[in-house]
Ligand binder design. Structure first.
Ligand code: ASP
Ligand code: MG
Length: 601
């Protein structure tokens, strides 16, 4: 007999008819010999409706009262589902978060789960009942027993947390789409279902999959080894299997990590190669990385930032063993890469051998301001200069001097309270999985570039601290190789993306600092799109970046910025090319399927 946690989202319980269907599916699962705990969301758009009611009374309703209000949505659906099950002759009992004992922080509207009491659920299961639990809500630890909610979309988190606490055999997330798709089918009709995806890939695809599966839920699944599938409530199709590492016997206390970073990783076996002043036109990155891929060299980090006029700087890292070859290729290609055909100048190759990469990772950094600032500040306080920065959804990597690696690791573990020993970055164990699982598009970001930032410890920290103070979350950050413009002074460019609507706040926040540092005005570009390919199989595989860049180049799409993590490559492109870019990337990696998947709007 297996113990299964099933979660049904708002649309799946959106009407009485649908609740009946869900009850039938639950009963069927029981009849197959399983114990079932069901987690449900509020019916349809109930939560939005409740939010709107409050807004009619106040622009800024108190968060405690909002939790009191919003938690009622789920209370309706648990009762109805329980009644529906009983009407089918299936014993069932509904429980609120408080009745279960889903203990959270006292942070209203965004509480994290600290602990889940399982005794009552186990008792009811032993009595042969289906336990129907309200998603999205909990109860604070304090004496007052305050009702809390986990944040919008939080029922997924409730379900996976219950599965972890109960050591369930499986957690099934039922939704109104067939599973996780390779890309957005509204833009790319050939999008198809991903059969299997790892938690890490899922996290990097947050912007693609977040509506289907909440990132916090994925993080719990990963940390506790919960087996999970995402599938459609309307069909028997198997959906997408979300693969977690084998179960880890972690303490269930402090179940959801309240900290934003859960690991510090490093790689000391890297060499950094930069090409300065390559032309800013389609096809340049493709040419460079194709030449490198032809020699079967696998690149790790790639960073391209914009530069003055019409040139870019591109920096990348390769393993030490490959560095001589990679350098030779870069030197060979440099003369052909003239940014200005009138002038004699050719791209300049700069190699840094004594470097190391240190990375912080954690799903908790998604949408949170201040994590990058804290990393930069921690390194600055330790007197460590940051040479390159590259970020993804769930990782921030900094290239620093090799001699400072140990100090950097110690300082970061301390600052982020990471007590497990730091891990060496990924090896190529994942080789059998496809290089690219999915392609995501972000349209709501703007790119800001700060040029000529002095090359000394604390500069990135100063910038990101200011943004964090204004509660601005930064999505992608790159800090590039230094420019050679102001010959006397070494400077670097810091480029990042933030939500479009925060541009003005960000510029005001940074104005004084830029003046102090004598930097030229911030370059703002709102007409951008970020397109990302994600796949664990790209580790240790040569040519993935080259293929991506070449696909864009073929359509004459200019790459304005590149940032990478081990399993993700993001390019910023002009907004007008966004859809085309998504399509060609999807096709280039053979992700297109035969059948058309329609998703509800
Ligand atoms: N009902 C809540 C919301 O709409 C939680 C959820 O559905 O996951 O955000
Ligand atoms: Mg949802």
């Amino acid at each position: 007999m297996a113990l299964i946690v099933q979660k049904y989202g708002g649309t799946s319980v959106g009407s009485i008819e649908r609740i009946k269907k869900v009850a039938e599916r639950v009963q069927k699962t029981v009849n197959q010999g399983n114990q079932v705990v069901v987690v449900v969301s509020a019916m349809g758009k109930t939560t939005d409706g409740l939010v709107n009611l409050a807004k009619e009374l106040s622009d800024n309703p108190c968060r405690r009262e909002m939790d009191m209000l919003l938690s009622t949505g789920e209370q309706v659906s648990i009762a109805l589902l329980s009644i529906a099950l009983q009407a089918l002759g299936q014993d069932a009992v509904s429980l609120t978060g408080a009745q279960v004992g889903i203990v959270t922080e006292a942070e209203h509207s965004r509480a994290r789960i600290l602990e889940i009491k399982i005794e009552r659920m186990q008792r009811h299961l032993a009595e042969g009942k289906v336990v129907v639990v309200a998603g999205f809500q909990g109860i604070s630890q304090s004496e007052e027993l305050e009702i809390t909610t986990l944040g919008r979309g939080g029922s997924d988190t409730s379900a996976v947390a219950l599965a972890a606490a109960l050591k369930a055999d499986l957690c099934e997330i039922y939704t109104d789409v067939p599973g996780i798709l390779t890309t957005d089918p509204r833009i790319v009709p050939e999008a198809q279902l991903i059969r299997e995806i790892t938690c890490d890939e899922m996290l990097e695809l947050a912007s693609l999959g977040a509506k289907v599966l909440h990132p916090r839920a994925v993080e719990i699944a990963r940390n506790y080894g919960v087996s999970m599938v995402v599938r459609s409530s309307w069909s028997e199709d198997p959906g997408t299997k979300v693969i977690s590492p084998s179960p880890q016997f972690q303490s269930l206390e402090g179940l959801e990590l309240t900290r934003s970073v859960d690991a510090v990783e490093f790689d000391a076996n890297q060499v950094q190669i930069a090409l300065l002043q390559v032309p800013d036109r389609p096809g340049i990155a493709a040419r460079l990385f194709s030449a490198i891929a032809e020699q079967c060299l696998d690149v790790d980090l790639i960073i391209q930032s914009l530069h003055e006029g019409n040139s870019n700087d591109i920096a990348f890292t390769v393993t030490r063993e490959m560095s001589n070859k990679a350098e030779a290729i870069a030197e060979a290609i440099a003369p052909a890469l003239r940014s200005d055909p009138q002038r004699r100048e050719e791209a300049e190759v700069v190699v840094a051998k004594e470097i190391a990469k240190v990375t912080i990772t954690g799903a908790g950094m998604i949408g949170r301001s201040g994590v990058a600032a804290k990393m930069c500040q921690t390194l600055a306080d330790a007197g460590i200069n940051i040479k390159l920065i590259s970020t993804s959804e769930v990782k921030i990597s900094c290239v620093i001097a090799a001699a400072e690696l140990n100090r950097a690791i110690a300082a970061l573990c301390n600052a982020f309270e990471v007590h497990s020993s730091p891990v060496r970055s990924w090896t190529s164990e994942a080789q059998k999985v496809p290089a690219v699982r999915g392609v995501a598009l972000d349209l709501k970001q703007a790119r800001l570039a700060i040029r000529h930032v002095p090359d000394r410890p604390g500069m990135a920290a100063a910038i990101f601290n200011l943004l964090a103070q204004h509660k601005i979350s930064v999505y992608t950050i790159i800090q590039s190789q230094h420019s050679r413009y102001k010959e006397a002074k070494h400077t670097r460019d810091v480029v990042f993306t933030i939500a479009e609507e925060e541009v003005e706040t960000a510029c005001t926040a940074l104005a004084n600092l830029l003046e102090e540092l004598d930097c030229p005005p911030i370059l703002v570009d709102k007409e951008i799109a970020k397109i990302s390919i994600v796949g664990a199989g790209m580790i240790g595989q040569a040519g993935v970046a080259a293929k991506f860049f070449a696909a864009l180049a073929q359509e004459k799409i200019n790459i304005e910025m590149i940032a990478t993590s081990e399993i993700k490559i993001s390019c910023v492109v002009p907004k007008q090319d966004a859809e085309k870019a998504l399509q060609v990337a999807h096709t280039a990696f053979n992700l297109a399927g035969q059948s058309t998947i329609t998703v509800p709007t």
